[in-house]
Design a protein around this ligand. Structure first.
Ligand code: F3S
Length: 425
């Protein structure tokens, strides 16, 4: 092996702690060497996060791999959260769809049992926004992580200043079992430098999901230095700014492959190191109103009938924060009042982490949202949509990630509000 390993890492690789752990370590070393890593570094984040949260019946190799790890005691050294569950019986579905879900996710209970044995933090640990205060998996600045969920990785890197590569599923679990990750890419100072300067020159606050999409599609896996966002978000990384950056980052991570961005005067490393984070001779991308319009106009509508009435709406991919749940509720109650309506025109599911949804349910807003016909769930909308039966449904969303991976149709927050409250068709 070309990689330089410490004594304890070599011992792991040689099987001093068992053959299974040796295989885990060997996989990580091979993974690192593929990307030119010269060493392995210890994970310092308190918790892991797993991207694979669904018990798809066809994932037989994953189940037997997990069984092997559990049998040999090769468990995650740190507790972990996991992506949202694929199922929620409360989310509208017809009989056929419900039957289909049962077959498709036939191993859900079995798989969740495996996750518990491997180190799942608790039964409420299923969310892509594990970094919400109610969930508590919040890495510190500079923490080394082994995560894979793209929206969580980009948030941890950019908004929290942690260090994590865009790993794949299972590899991220292996990192947490071994306690080490290969050091390359976004774990290094060099890999965190911005190859792009993105200039925001819009006449109004850009839609977070649209801006992220534009950035992602332009810079792909590079790191952008975003200039001018503080004009709209201010210079304080408060809850509203963090929510905006969450949604923008998720879009950049899925419409492109962004794992880290720096927002000038706003994100922690940008504030600390300033333009020293910009690589020599960066490329430039200017985003104005016309550019956002151009990006939006390029989104295809792949519904069989583009004029179909939407049957369902998903808001919350990535999962919403408590403030977002509250502000959506306030906005839709106001819009319903203005339209002299009491119920939503389109069944709408607002998704949030179980602990966030739980706190929301304690508030009076929850009853008001329910009365209006809104549903709060902790499902992953993508897992709901990703099958031929739901894929044929005309579903709308304000999520660029959901739009990218499914047949759902994207609308801005304002447009969604008007549609679900019946103000426009
Ligand atoms: Fe989260 Fe599922 Fe969307 S994991 S980011 S709700 S696709």
């Amino acid at each position: 092996m070309a990689m330089k390993l410490t004594e304890s890492q070599t011992a792991l690789l040689k099987g001093e702690k068992g053959e299974t752990l040796a295989k885990v370590m060997k996989t990580l070393v091979m993974y690192g060497e593929t990307f030119g890593a010269e060493k392995m570094v210890p994970i310092t984040g308190a918790q892991g996060h797993l991207v694979t949260s669904f018990g798809l019946g066809v994932m037989k190799p994953v189940f037997s791999l997990m069984d092997g790890l559990i049998r040999e005691g090769a468990l995650s050294g740190r507790k972990f959260t996991a992506d949202p569950r694929p199922l929620d019986p409360n989310v509208p579905a017809n009989l056929l769809q419900k039957l289909f879900f049962k077959v498709m996710y036939s191993k859900q209970e079995y798989y969740e049992d495996q996750l518990r044995k491997l180190g799942l933090v608790n039964d409420d640990g299923f969310t892509c926004t594990c970094y919400m205060s109610q969930v508590g998996n919040i890495p510190g600045k500079g923490d080394i992580l082994s995560w894979a969920e793209s929206s969580a990785v980009v948030y941890a890197n950019s908004v929290l200043g942690a260090r994590c590569n865009r790993n794949s599923g299972i590899i991220e679990l292996f990192g947490n079992i071994a306690g080490y990750v290969p050091c390359f890419g976004l774990l290094t100072d060099e890999g965190r430098k911005a190859a792009w300067i993105v200039e925001i020159k819009t006449s109004r606050k850009p839609e977070a999901q649209l801006l992220g999409s534009a950035i992602g599609m332009k810079v792909m896996e590079d790191v952008p230095w975003i200039r001018g966002l503080d004009v709209w978000l201010g210079k304080t990384l408060d809850k509203a700014a963090a929510d905006y950056l969450k949604d923008m980052g998720a879009a950049a991570a899925s419409n492109g492959a962004v794992g880290l961005y720096h927002a000038a005067n706003l994100t922690p490393e940008a504030r600390e190191r300033g333009s020293a984070l910009i690589a020599p001779v960066p490329k430039t991308y200017v985003i104005d109103d016309a550019e956002l319009e151009r990006v939006r106009a390029g989104y295809p509508c792949i519904w069989k009938d583009p004029y179909a009435e939407p049957k369902l709406c998903f808001v919350g991919c990535p999962h919403l924060s408590l403030n977002q749940l509250k502000s959506w509720t306030a906005a839709l109650l106001e819009a319903l009042k203005n339209a002299c309506q009491t119920r939503l025109a389109i069944p709408t599911v607002f998704t949030a982490a179980p602990a966030v949804a739980g706190e929301f349910r304690e508030s009076p807003d929850s009853e008001a949202l329910k009365k209006a016909g809104g549903l709060v769930s902790s499902i992953c909308p993508l897992m709901y949509m990703n099958n031929p039966l739901c894929g044929r449904m005309p579903v709308i969303t304000n999520s660029n990630k959901l739009r990218t991976y499914t047949s759902s149709r994207y609308y801005t927050d304002d447009e969604i509000l008007k549609k679900i409250t019946g103000a426009v068709k």
